[in-house]
Design a protein around this ligand. Structure first.
Ligand code: FES
Length: 680
């Protein structure tokens, strides 16, 4: 088989790649981060790359677009003429046929996302699963032929009342040395009053654990003192599974289409967690053999892949989980690099699309302890929703798709330095001002030009696109039906013709053109209508006419401005002061479960009581969805919001968000037996 030299920039990674290999596959082979949301279907454009042209003496390559396969129909459809002329191609559509240099622009890179999962302060009622007990053990004697373990068991029973305690197989080989080195005084770590999972000679006072939230995009871990729950170190990194597909359904698709694909993804996430563990141990200065317990949370597909379970059953109805109840097993069985006898606990999943991360969010926010009706939303490519109070609790997952994360948006990108995250539009002049991640300055403030010399203005991320659409609606550039009003081009050149529709230009320099296109508004409408309709179904389910509290959980949720989320119609009306962001609540719940056996029991009990809804098969979903396509909504009113902001009055021509519904397809999960789809 003929091979060709391939160099990826800016990473500089290079190698010999077989002719006919897709660029996206080559990036995976060479360990280069190249985004892919649609699983390589030529739909998301996240894998867009630019082909180097000419001689590259440093790499001894002459590179040219002609060293690649012909343009595919997906590429001619998805890439605009300007970019085609600049030799942009889609990595998932283009095969390597000769030597090439391939540049991955920042918008297609996956590694530089801002990981926003800091630990928040909580008080934990701490009674962990691990208990340290120091005991004197009777010395071995010639005339009493008992084993060291049996005498240790006797001492433990005498001190704690726990009879016949077992010992983790990995710890048994350490027993004799520890007893003799400690002159028969040892400390043991006892797990759940039943098993010795560590032993030290002499006294040992501290034991530690990990609380880890495995998100589809990022993994965040906290190293905590087990006794106090105190966080000693936090570390976050990108989930390496992103190279197999950015959203969870793309990863299920990868597992379906590639033999051994599930194992590849399992290995990738476990090795990242090992890397994270090394970093946390180093930064906190603890000994690895004191890292004894770990709690992992994640959505059902992350949960299954971490456990080494093929997630294909979760790709289609009836979305059967391999295991729904809590899981407890030795860390060594998951190839983790904690102490030899360390244990792992994973809270229960709520349903096939509502995972242990949502269970952890419920634990952290405990709506089941309150009288007020609380809505908790963890926004991602799949929004997980919990609604309830102390008498009823219901949960669902809403397949919102990746638009809220800046994907499938013309100028969209993940949250990274340089991405626009805040937008305001002057309703008179239609001039914008915006903020980018990594700077507190608005674009019209002094010093902003200096700031962007480092980062540039690279695209618009999820919170930015939500605010952009909401503020364009408030400025009457976008009508209630989501159509960009071309007549506003008379007022400002920022509204410009873009093919057969209109667009709004947010920013332009010699390299970058950032704008909101009609299709972007549609993508956001689809996502927000899916979310809103799912919430309405939950309200119906427990017969709730209004919501008293709303909590946005998750890294992305932490950056949503509740006012603009409501203007857009992502969430129902609610007193604005009762809409709060709660940060990485899944991580908080994991920390609670790490330090408190009672918390583990609490969430296991609550999950059993929770009602679950599969939103896509509910008969009223379609009606709710169509009504929610309008901005903010076709029929629902927003009295609380109206006290803070004047919403544009709807005209009869733009009161219905379904005016061009043939182009708006309902987003739902796949049926069983087919390749998973984000939209059918
Ligand atoms: Fe290539 Fe989506 S278009 S991965």
């Amino acid at each position: 088989m003929t091979k060709h030299k391939v160099v990826f920039t800016p990473s500089g990674r290079h190698g010999e790649i077989e002719e006919g290999t897709y660029i996206l596959t080559a990036s995976r082979i060479l360990g280069v981060d190249l985004a892919s949301v649609c699983g390589g279907n030529g739909k998301c454009t996240q894998c867009k790359v630019q082909i180097g042209k000419g001689d590259f003496p440093k790499h001894q390559i002459t590179s040219d677009n002609s060293h690649l396969s012909e343009l595919s129909s997906a590429e001619t459809y998805q890439i605009n003429k300007e970019d085609l002329a600049k030799d942009f191609r889609l990595g998932c559509q283009t095969r390597i046929m000769g030597d090439v240099v391939i540049d991955i622009p920042s918008t297609s890179q996956t590694h530089d996302q801002v990981i926003r999962k800091a630990a928040i302060n909580i008080t934990i009622d701490s009674k962990p699963a691990v208990q340290l007990v120091t005991v004197d053990v009777e010395e071995a004697q010639m005339h009493i032929p008992s084993g060291d373990l049996e005498r240790l068991q006797n001492s433990i029973e005498f001190k704690t009342g726990i009879p016949n305690i077992s010992i983790e197989a990995a710890v048994l080989p350490q027993l004799q040395k520890a007893l003799r080195k400690g002159k028969w005084l040892v400390t043991v770590a006892i797990y759940e009053q039943s098993k010795i999972i560590a032993i030290w000679s002499g006294e040992q006072k501290e034991a530690y654990g990990l609380a880890v939230d495995i998100g589809s995009t990022t993994i965040a871990g906290h190293l905590c003192e087990l006794k106090s729950g105190k966080v000693l170190a936090t570390y976050g990194l990108m989930n390496p599974q992103i190279r197999f597909g950015e959203d969870v359904m793309s990863r299920v698709s990868y597992a379906m289409m590639n033999t051994g694909g599930d194992k590849e993804m399992t290995d990738a996430v476990r090795s990242s967690i090992c890397q994270m563990t090394d970093e946390l141990i180093q930064s906190s200065g603890i000994d690895r053999d004191t890292l004894l317990d770990a709690v992992f949370v994640g959505n059902p597909i992350m949960h299954h892949l971490f456990l080494g379970i093929d997630p294909v059953e979760l790709g289609g109805a009836p979305f059967a989980l391999a295991v729904q109840t809590a899981v407890q097993l030795p860390a060594s069985s998951l190839d983790l690099n904690l102490a030899a006898g360390a244990q792992v606990y994973i809270p229960p999943c709520i349903a096939g699309h509502v995972g242990a991360d949502a269970a952890a969010v419920a634990l952290a926010e405990s709506p089941y302890n309150n009288d007020e009706m609380t809505l908790i939303i963890d926004v991602g490519t799949n929004a997980e929703i919990i609604l309830g109070n102390k008498t009823k609790l219901v949960a669902a997952s809403s397949p919102t798709g990746p638009a809220f994360e800046g994907a499938q948006i013309e100028s969209g990108q993940r949250a990274a330095p340089g991405a626009i995250e805040r937008v305001r539009i002057d309703p008179e002049t239609l001039e914008p001002r915006f903020k980018i991640i990594s700077s507190d300055l608005w674009s019209n403030e002094e010093g902003f030009d200096e700031v962007i010399k480092d980062t540039g203005v690279t695209g618009i991320c999820g919170s930015g696109i939500i605010e952009a659409v909401a503020t364009l609606f408030l400025a009457k550039v976008i009508k209630s039906d989501g159509v960009i009003d071309g007549s506003k081009s008379n007022l400002s050149p920022r509204v410009f013709e873009n093919g057969k529709t209109w667009a709004y230009q947010l920013y332009k320099d010699s390299n970058t053109h950032i704008y909101i296109a009609q299709n972007d508004v549609r993508a956001i409408q689809l996502a927000k209508a899916t979310l809103y309709a799912s919430v309405r179904l939950l309200m119906d389910k427990i017969n709730v006419p209004k919501i008293e509290n709303i909590r946005f959980a998750g890294a992305f949720g932490a950056h949503i401005d509740p006012k603009y989320a409501m203007v857009l119609g992502m969430i129902p009306d609610c007193p604005l002061e009762q809409v709060k962001t709660v940060g990485n609540a899944a991580g908080t719940g994991a920390r609670m479960a790490l330090s408190s056996l009672a918390s583990r029991q609490e969430i296991e009990d609550q999950v059993v009581k929770m009602d679950k809804i599969e939103t896509a098969i509910e008969s009223s979903f379609q009606e709710y969805f169509i009504n929610a396509m309008a901005i903010p909504h076709k029929v629902d009113t927003f009295e609380n919001l109206s006290q803070h902001i004047t919403l544009p009055t709807q005209t009869s021509s733009d009161s219905d968000g379904s005016s061009d519904m043939p182009r708006v397809r309902r987003r739902r999960r796949s049926s069983r037996g087919g390749r998973p789809n984000k939209s059918l």
